[in-house]
Design a protein around this ligand. Structure first.
Ligand SMILES: [Zn+2]
Length: 383
C-alpha cells in the first residue's frame, strides 16, 4: 500500500457521501494526539468516516494551547491514520475564530489558513459568530459583519487551495453565549438569512454551527458538580434544519459541545441527518488525564498542581474539580514533552480507551457504514 492512500480526503467528499443519511460524523479534537490511533482503529472497524480537528485556540502558528502547529497536527494525524490503515477522514480546522475583524486579525488569519493549506488540511470552519451586531434593525443587519468576514475568508481559502475541493463549516450564533435570560439560541430565520447571503457571495458551506443550547466542555450545577444532560434544544435544532431545507439550502448542522451529553441520550434523541457533524473535544482530553491518574500518578499530580496553582486565584469560590476541568487544557503545552513520552503501557491504555469510547460514539451517532458510502461516492466521481 502506498502511504498517500491514508492521507486526508476532502471534507466536502465526506459530506457529499453521507448526504440524505441519518448519520452524524464524529469530529474529534485530539488535543493530545495519542488518542488518534485508537479513534482511527475504531473508525476502521465500524466503517465510520471521521474528522480530526483542532480549533485556532488549540493549534496555531505558535502551537496554540496544545503545543501543536498545523504542520505538527497534520503529521501526527496522518501517522496515526497510516498505522491504523484508515482512509476516510478529513483534516479539519475547527473554529478559525475572528473576533474583531481588524486588519491585523484578518492578516493573521490568512497566515494561519496558508499554513493549514500547506499542511494538507481538507476542511475549514470559519467562525465569525462573535461579530453579531446587537444594534441591528433586522436580521440582515445583525449578521452583516459575520456574512462579510465569513465570505472573505471562504473565498480566500478557495483561492489559495487552488481548485482542490474542501469542506466548509460556518457559524451563526456564538456557542455558549448568554444574556440576562440564559443561553442565546439561533433563530431559524437567522440561519436561513445567513446561508442565503453566503450563497449570494458565491460561498457554499456544507455545515452550519448554530447556538442551540450546548456549551463547550462540561456543564456544572450551581454547586460546581458536573451534570450530564441533553443540553441541546431538539425542537429548535429541528426548526433550524427544517427552515434550511424548506428554503432549498443544502447545509447540515454541526453540533458543538457534545462532551457533556450522555451517549444514550444522543443515540435516542439527536436528530441524526439534521445534525451531520458532531464535535467531541474535551472528552478526549479526559480520556488521557483519567488514564494518567492510574498509570502515571506522579505526572498527573504535577499537572494537577500546576493547573490549580496557576488558575485557583482567578476562580474564587469554584471547586478544585471545576478549576482543573476548565483549565487543564493549558497544561498540555506546559507538559508537552512528558505527555508525549509516557510509558508504553500508558500509551496502550490511552489508545484502548480511545478505541472503546469511539465505538460507543460511532454507535450513538449511527455512523457505521458511512466510510463505505464516501468510498462509493469517490469511485463514482472518478469514473
Ligand atoms: Zn466548537
Amino acid at each position: 500500500m502506498k502511504e498517500k492512500e491514508y492521507g486526508p480526503v476532502s471534507g466536502s467528499t465526506i459530506f457529499g457521501g453521507i448526504s440524505g443519511q441519518k448519520t452524524i460524523i464524529m469530529a474529534a479534537n485530539t488535543r493530545i494526539a495519542t488518542v488518534a490511533r485508537g479513534i482511527f482503529k475504531a473508525a476502521k472497524d465500524t466503517d465510520s468516516a471521521v474528522f480530526m480537528e483542532l480549533a485556532r485556540s488549540e493549534c496555531d502558528l505558535e502551537g496554540g494551547y496544545t503545543g501543536l502547529t498545523p504542520k505538527d497536527f497534520s503529521e501526527k494525524m496522518s501517522k496515526a491514520a497510516r498505522e491504523a490503515e484508515f482512509d476516510i477522514w478529513a483534516l479539519h480546522a475547527d473554529h478559525i475564530t475572528i473576533k474583531t475583524g481588524s486588519a491585523t486579525e484578518i492578516e493573521q488569519t490568512r497566515q494561519l489558513i496558508d499554513a493549514q493549506i500547506l499542511a494538507g488540511y481538507t476542511s475549514f470552519a470559519i467562525d465569525a459568530s462573535h461579530l453579531f451586531n446587537f444594534e441591528g434593525k433586522n436580521v440582515r443587519e445583525d449578521l452583516e459583519k459575520n456574512i462579510r468576514i465569513t465570505s472573505d475568508m471562504a473565498l480566500y481559502i478557495k483561492n489559495r487551495i487552488k481548485g482542490k475541493d474542501f469542506g466548509l463549516e460556518v457559524e451563526v450564533g456564538e456557542i455558549g453565549r448568554k444574556d440576562g435570560h440564559g443561553l442565546v439560541l439561533t433563530k431559524p430565520e437567522e440561519a436561513v438569512e445567513f446561508i442565503k447571503a453566503l450563497h449570494a457571495n458565491g460561498v457554499y458551506p456544507h455545515v452550519l454551527a448554530i447556538a442551540n443550547g450546548s456549551v463547550h466542555g462540561h456543564v456544572y450545577d450551581e454547586k460546581g458538580n458536573v451534570i450530564e444532560q441533553l443540553s441541546i434544544d431538539i425542537p429548535k435544532t429541528r426548526a433550524v434544519a427544517t427552515a434550511l431545507r424548506e428554503n432549498n439550502l443544502h447545509v447540515g448542522i454541526a453540533q458543538h459541545g457534545i462532551t457533556g451529553t450522555p451517549r444514550d441520550l444522543i443515540n435516542l434523541h439527536f436528530p441524526k441527518g439534521d445534525i451531520i457533524k458532531g464535535n467531541v473535544g474535551t472528552f478526549w482530553q479526559d480520556v488521557v488525564f483519567n488514564t494518567l491518574k492510574v498509570y502515571e500518578p506522579a505526572l498527573y499530580k504535577d499537572i494537577e498542581e500546576w493547573t490549580l496553582g496557576k488558575y485557583r486565584a482567578q476562580n474564587p469560590g469554584k471547586k478544585d474539580r471545576q478549576i482543573f476541568d476548565g483549565n487543564c487544557k493549558y497544561a498540555i503545552k506546559e507538559f508537552f514533552k512528558e505527555l508525549y513520552t509516557v510509558e508504553e503501557d500508558t500509551e496502550r491504555a490511552i489508545q484502548a480507551m480511545a478505541y472503546a469510547e469511539s465505538l460507543v460514539f460511532f454507535k450513538a451517532f449511527s455512523s457505521s457504514g458511512s466510510a463505505s458510502l464516501v468510498r462509493k461516492a469517490m469511485s463514482e466521481h472518478s469514473e
